[in-house]
Design a protein around this ligand. Sequence first.
Ligand code: FES
Length: 106
Amino acid sequence: MLFPADIPNRLMRLDQIRPHRVHYAKVDGNPYVIIKIDGALKVFSAVCPHALGDLSYGSVVDGQIDCPSHGWRFSLQDGLCQWPSETKQTLKFLETTEIEGWLCLA
Ligand code: FES
């Protein structure tokens, strides 16, 4: 059994993830958002691809996360920007793994 500090790329405990809630974690100084939606875990950078807003303060509405800075909305299914629709910006979902009950970046 590993001590939590020895688990690499540790985000948060899996049993603390609540559906449709925005969770925040840092790994190596980089901020990440963790969201469980429709049974799937989505992990992505908390830095908005529009203008570096903090998506960890966003809200989940209708399967999308709204950025609090300028209101851009990204699908939590494929990461595509839904509003404004003319942009091609996307969220990049990251691979994760589970280690001893912890969600970790793969
Ligand atoms: S920084 Fe996120 S919408 Fe502008």
